[in-house]
Ligand binder design. Structure first.
Ligand code: SF4
Length: 445
């Protein structure tokens, strides 16, 4: 570790210890110290927002204080791995490697430990797999080791249901205790014994899939699943374990999952964050009618923006928040996806690739033709309400796939990018004028 990183680590640890003693009392004092010693022109907006949160004791302040109700070992480990390693130390190293290698370097790697799942949700690609694919323990361990060399300390499990492999995942948390692990899960395999494991390792945070209220959730995921999710949240909260939600919004459930009742309920259950995903018509069983209509997507955007000012919940709205991250983050720009067969996809929704992690290194994958096409093409649109080469710019993905010779990595039913984008083209056409209007309004703010 460089001297600068050691200094960051020391300062960070001291600040965390000081805060933990009495967060309400010490947070304003810590902020005063930061203002005194940090040059006035560094992190100006962020510091102003922080000062505002402290003086108003607003929703962000309340959210921060919720971290101090967590198990202390888990809180310390999550702060150390996610904030310190994943961002303060990892980010500058990623930038350095990006310049050195002339390709994208990710902030996070998404990977599917398995394609297997214990549920059979309607329309889910994992449920359709006729056979089970797995990344071995050694595969995942190797990906993480290579990722850390590039400055990546954040690993996100998707699937399949990753907790089908919970013994291996806990071992990886132990071995890589400098990394933060997040896991999309249906939560039905979270029990008392697993909570004890989470308390022990400290660096594993579940993001529980929820589709809305009980009826909507169970109609897609199976009867009784909603109550199991509520049970898992209760168990996690009672152990002081951090967790969040993963919510896919569609033309059917958008109103429920962005309602105040839904927000209040999940906050009450103990969720600290909610990641909202726009429904993507990926795969042969996709239902294009589930893509939100322009007025529905606009309402989702406006509601989530409004709740950010009032609710103690950290939300991300993946299709509408591109302005905060400069457009599409896939292709390794901030993340990539490795499926259970080892194919290295640019995005969890875009299943095309030239390479498999069993044949190439992570860095070689980042330099592969499709990833380099992402690197050169990003942002795919200057309008940040139209970030995606598949959803809002359906002419781009087929071109990238054709130019780079990438193949479909869908293990069950390969489909051409043309067929996939034929489903999004009518959507893109309807969304475009609305997106242009939103973008103009945004620029005026
Ligand atoms: S490819 Fe599309 S869905 Fe994937 S990160 Fe980029 S904008 Fe989002």
């Amino acid at each position: 570790m460089s001297l600068a990183d050691q200094a960051k680590k020391f300062g960070f640890n001291q600040a965390m210890k000081y805060l933990a003693k009495d967060p309400e009392e010490n947070l304003p004092k810590l902020m005063e110290m930061v203002d005194k010693f940090m040059p006035a022109d560094v992190f100006v907006e962020q510091r102003a927002a922080f000062r505002h949160a402290i003086s108003e004791k607003n929703n962000w302040y309340q959210l921060l204080m919720k971290f101090y109700a967590l198990d202390p070992h888990v809180r310390e480990t999550v702060f150390r791995t996610f904030l310190l390693n994943g961002n303060l130390i990892g980010w500058p190293l990623q930038e350095k490697k990006r310049a050195e290698h002339g390709c994208n370097i990710p902030w996070a790697v998404l990977l599917d430990p398995t394609s297997a799942c214990n549920l059979h949700c309607t329309g889910c690609w994992a449920a359709e797999y006729g056979h089970q694919l797995n990344l071995t323990y050694d595969d995942i361990d190797s990906i993480i080791r290579q990722g850390k060399e590039l400055g990546c300390y954040i690993y996100i499990y998707t699937g399949g249901e990753p907790l089908v492999r919970k013994a291996d995942l806990m071992k990886l948390c132990e071995v890589h205790n400098d990394c933060a692990f997040l896991c999309f899960t249906n939560s039905t395999l979270i029990d008392e014994a697993f909570c004890q494991e989470l308390l022990r390792v400290g660096n594993f945070v579940p993001a529980i899939s929820l589709e809305g209220f009980e009826e909507a959730n169970d109609s897609r995921r199976g009867e009784g699943v909603y109550q199991k999710v509520m049970g898992a949240m209760k168990l996690l909260k009672s152990h002081g374990l951090p967790f969040g939600l993963s919510v896919c919004y569609t033309s059917r459930n958008w109103d429920d999952v962005t309602s105040e009742q839904f927000f209040d309920q999940v906050i009450d259950m103990g969720a600290l964050f909610a990641w909202f995903f726009h429904y993507m018509p990926t795969g042969k069983d996709a239902v294009p009618a589930l893509m939100p209509k322009p007025d529905q997507r606009t309402a989702v955007y406006q509601r989530i923006q409004a709740f950010r000012k009032t609710k103690p919940l950290f939300t991300m709205d993946f299709q509408n928040d591109a302005k905060y991250v400069g457009g599409c983050i896939a292709g390794g720009r901030r993340y990539l996806h490795i499926n259970a067969a080892g194919d290295v996809d640019p995005c969890v929704f875009i299943h095309y690739s030239n390479v498999n992690i069993h044949d190439v290194t992570l860095l070689e994958a980042l330099k592969s033709p499709l990833f380099m096409a992402y690197h050169k093409g990003q942002p795919f649109n200057e309008n940040m309400f139209k970030p995606c080469p598949m959803l809002e710019n359906p002419d781009i993905l087929p071109r990238l796939v054709a130019e780079t010779g990438a193949h479909s990595t869908d293990p069950e039913a390969p489909e051409s990018a043309e067929d996939l984008c034929a489903r999004t083209a009518p959507y893109a056409q309807q969304w475009s004028p609305v997106a242009d209007k939103l973008w103009e309004e945004q620029k005026e703010k």
